[in-house]
Design a protein around this ligand. Structure first.
Ligand code: F1P
Length: 351
């Protein structure tokens, strides 16, 4: 039998290598047959997924908007199935759905594929395993990520990197593509510096875990909260940083971990919230590209990324610390993050 959490931790720590493999594949990719006729300026890209893949969808939509200047949306697959008129209010609108699923086997995503097929709407599928999703469209982006663990870690970052890569290519942002190539080495440098500090933080026992973020980092706060919930059976919540003052802060105590994913754009405003939460007695985790002295003083743990890349290219590096925290809290509670309670690798709904 494996040591508890061994598989998940191995996959988290192996992300520099996984990202290199993804980039190698992406550098060879011919975009034309995949998306050539579906430019985001003429078609609204609609990113679709479930669970982590839905959070990934939101991060991908924000990335596409930043990189191409075109509006984009993200919805959970179930919304298309239950409330199609909310998602497609106008018949025949120029919408290009992008279906995201690590397994390619999730029932709701496959049902959306069938819904689209019946209406002759072409879509792109992004996956790691392939499975049934691989069979239902000729537009397929299959990333070379083999993930054994139940929770999504390297598949999340690998597929988000792929969607950012595609957006940058469409926008002819070659410098951004080059920036993505810097990330594997950057993460390899950061992991040995900060992973032991996350492990130490996880030894404290928290009643509540909160992640705060704004902008494109907001979906990353959703994903990092989900990682804490899945890997440690603890309840974790996420808020827009400045929304946290409007009520939720009443739960803050010394048993609350407030993690803040600080953007560069909103650094002053977002870090003021973190400093206030420290003053209210919370335990604070700050993650930012550059950490100011005031934040360093108010943070129980500060992780400075120091990435020489555009702000939106940093998203996948912010995810990693929540993946680690989730697994480490799980282990400190005596749980096995490789076998999260009540979860399986994908959700299959009996017909
Ligand atoms: C999505 C997903 C995972 C989650 C869970 C069930 O799967 O919701 O995010 O961790 O274990 O499946 P997929 O459609 O991306 O394969």
């Amino acid at each position: 039998m494996n040591e508890y959490g061994a598989i998940t931790l191995r996959e988290i720590h192996n992300q520099p290598e996984t990202w290199r493999n993804c980039l190698r594949e992406l550098d060879k990719l011919d975009l034309e047959p995949l998306v050539g006729d579906k430019n985001p300026r003429t078609h609204e890209w609609l990113f679709v997924g479930c669970g982590s893949s839905y959070y990934l969808a939101q991060a991908a939509a924000a990335s596409l908007t930043v990189l191409t200047g075109a509006a984009a949306r993200a919805v959970p697959a179930s919304e298309i199935l239950l409330f199609p008129k909310l998602i497609f209010p106008v018949d025949g609108a120029a919408i290009f759905p992008v279906l995201i699923s690590r397994s390619g086997h999730t029932s709701e995503v496959l049902q959306v594929a069938e819904f689209l097929r019946q209406r002759s709407v072409e879509f792109l599928a992004v996956t790691c395993d392939g499975n049934e999703l691989y069979e239902v469209t000729r537009r397929i982006l299959k990333m070379p990520v083999t993930e054994e663990s139940t929770v999504m870690t390297s598949s999340f970052t690998g597929m988000l990197m792929a969607l950012q890569y595609v957006a940058a290519r469409l926008a002819r942002q070659d410098a951004f593509v080059e920036a993505l190539h810097l990330l594997p080495d950057s993460l390899a440098r950061l992991l040995p510096m900060h992973a032991p500090r996350i492990e130490e933080l996880a030894q404290r026992s928290f009643d509540d875990v909160i992640y705060l973020a704004q902008g494109a980092l907001y979906p990353v706060s959703m994903e990092t909260s989900l990682k804490v919930m899945e890997s440690s059976s603890s309840y974790a919540q996420f808020f827009h940083a400045l929304e946290f003052r409007h009520g939720p802060k009443s739960i803050v105590s010394e048993k609350t971990l407030v993690g803040s994913l600080l953007s560069e754009t909103g650094y002053a405003e977002e870090s003021a919230v973190l400093i206030e939460m420290k003053a209210l007695g919370g335990c604070t985790l700050a993650i930012a590209n550059r950490i100011s002295p005031e934040v360093r003083r108010s943070a129980d743990l500060a992780i400075e990324l120091a990435l020489p890349v555009p702000e939106i290219a940093r998203l996948i590096v912010y995810v990693v610390w929540g993946q680690l925290l989730g697994s480490r809290i799980g282990l400190s509670k005596g749980l096995d993050p490789d076998a999260p309670r009540n979860l399986s690798r994908f959700v299959e709904i009996a017909e």
